[in-house]
Design a protein around this ligand. Sequence first.
Ligand code: PNS
Length: 166
Amino acid sequence: MNVVGGNSLIAVYPGSFDPVTNGHLDIIERASKLVDKLYVSVLSNKSKNCLFSVEERMNLLKMITCDFPNIEVTSFYGLLIDYAKIMNANLIIRGLRAVTDFEFEFQLALTNRSINPDIETLFISSSTKYLFLSSSIVKEIAYFGGNIDDMVPHQIKDILLDKVKD
Ligand code: PNS
């Protein structure tokens, strides 16, 4: 039973997660409390130049979510809204940081709703301490030898540092 006490809530939290940051983990933890089932779903898109492969990104997510009984890490290819339907999801979760996120996120949500109005997008506001955080910034700091201790889950810190050395 979800917090609303109604029908089962099944949500997809999609993203590139290249790599997952503490900002993502914060959204994952909070979303998992709201819904019955949460799919954390990695976009498999060959046109995006990612540091980690889809399998690697999924493994990192699995490492940090293994203690959550209602979370499953998956990947998808193609349209998010079609994938959400295949997974029987009634919600898409997106994290919102600053105003700069809003335009893209609003466009994404409206486009998805125009394709399938049965699936709602739920925005979860970022915690203040992660407002500035993004995977790109974390990769850049790691690449130039900066301190990423507070930015990524401790399990993946060394994996990221090794990866940027390659
Ligand atoms: O973490 P990101 O990179 O901001 O996530 C973006 C994501 C994966 C949510 C978005 O690119 C997406 O949904 N891609 C799948 C293709 C799609 O459905 N596009 C929206 C309709 S045009």
